[in-house]
Design a protein around this ligand. Structure first.
Ligand SMILES: [Zn+2]
Length: 387
């Protein structure tokens, strides 16, 4: 496939009804309802708050791929990319490559596994349970729905679609981890099993493809084993599973650019599966040369500040995502006040030793939420923080 052309297509054809970070059940319901005939919709069950959970199937081939998104309600980028994929499959259905995919595989997708979390923009479900730590207990209806689904469908490959915070970087010096992947472990020893190798082979292909668009911004997630996670559970059943993590790209807080990379990655998986090259035992090795994710970024770093009482320091700001009036606000919060030479800021300001003064009631310490953050330019009173 020509991924540059696909990226151009995405720019002008992505699903217009979905935008930004806040994607709830009401946003996707009309889209599911209006899907063309090639897409089959199944009602799987209901969430804690009785929102319906659907699966969308496409294709008639032997190889079965199962994907679910928004298991964490506030991780919506991959949900947007899934609807973009549906649009692409429909608009190009006369193309030979799409017909090949349609005959080669059956794709089953749960666009929103945790609609209650999506509604209030939380990671957990309505009972404050993290569904990605509930794979063994299955204490929640959403976990049971997913379990029933994969037990019946018997997928050859699973895609566990997530989003990650802006704190992750890759490489040295670090760049933002825009997209990260993992082929989860299936035992404590993190044995590189046949099932893991299949996932690794697909990821290696995706990383190579993405390198053209976001060089040095593709990361590999830590493979510590935790059977409460869905990926590890599936892998232990010898079902190859790939964790997708949609991350941060430059100033794209709406995650619209990362959405395109997720769209390309989803197509990359389908191509890889249709070509059957993921079955090859050798193609997994480049997976290990993908750099590991590390927590080394803040949203903003002010370097070289001085305070009459506190002396010299750097100041890190991390945005807290808050749902207000159906939009996500990025509220600045003090994350660290210290020497931050080992950290990077998505935005950085060198204050060159400027003295800062704060109003008497302002506390310069971690966890303080700022209602406003104004950066006024170069030196002296470089910025003002209004609490
Ligand atoms: Zn997640």
């Amino acid at each position: 496939m020509d991924y540059s052309a696909l990226k151009d297509w995405h720019q002008s054809h992505k699903e217009p009804a979905l935008f930004g970070r806040y994607i709830n059940h009401s946003a996707i319901t009309p889209l599911i309802k209006n899907l063309p005939d090639d897409f089959r919709v199944e009602h799987l069950g209901k969430s804690v708050k009785k929102r319906s959970i659907e699966a969308v199937s496409w294709g008639n081939g032997l190889t079965k791929v199962l994907a679910w998104s928004q298991m964490h309600g506030n991780e919506s980028t991959t949900t947007k990319a899934l609807f973009d994929l549906f649009n692409w499959l429909d608009q190009n259905k006369e193309d030979e490559v799409v017909k090949q995919l349609q005959n080669g595989l059956t794709l089953k997708v749960v666009p929103m596994l945790n609609p209650d979390g999506a509604e209030v923009y939380t990671r957990s479900n309505a009972n404050q349970i993290d569904l990605n730590r509930d794979a063994q207990d299955r204490s929640q209806p959403e976990s049971r729905i997913l379990h029933t689904l994969y037990s019946k469908f018997k997928p050859d490959l699973c895609l566990n679609l997530h989003g990650q915070r802006t704190i992750f970087g890759v490489g040295d010096p670090a760049k933002s981890a825009t997209v990260s992947f993992l082929s989860p472990s299936q035992d404590e020893l993190r044995t590189v099993t046949q099932s893991r190798k299949k996932g690794m082979a697909v990821i290696a292909r995706l990383a190579q493809m993405l390198e053209e668009f976001i060089p040095g911004q593709i990361g590999r997630y830590d493979d510590g084993f935790n059977l409460n996670c869905v990926g590890d559970t599936l892998q232990q059943l010898n079902i190859p599973t790939i964790l997708f993590e949609a991350g941060h790209f430059h100033e794209d807080y709406d995650r619209e650019k990362t959405r395109a990379f997720m769209f390309l990655s989803l197509l990359g998986v389908l191509e890889s599966v249709a070509l059957q090259d993921w079955e090859e035992n050798i193609n997994y090795k480049p997976y290990f040369s993908i750099p590991e994710n590390k927590k080394c970024f803040y949203d903003v770093i002010f370097r070289n500040l001085n305070h009459p009482n506190k002396g010299h320091f750097d100041l890190a700001i991390q945005y807290e995502e808050q749902l207000r009036n159906s939009r996500i606000q990025f509220v600045p919060k003090i994350a660290q006040v210290s020497d931050l030479k080992d950290f990077f800021g998505h935005k950085e300001y060198d204050c060159k030793g400027a003295q800062v003064a704060f109003s008497s009631d302002f506390e310069l310490k971690e966890g303080v939420i700022l209602e406003e953050l104004q950066v006024k330019g170069a030196l002296s009173t470089t910025f003002s923080l209004k609490s």
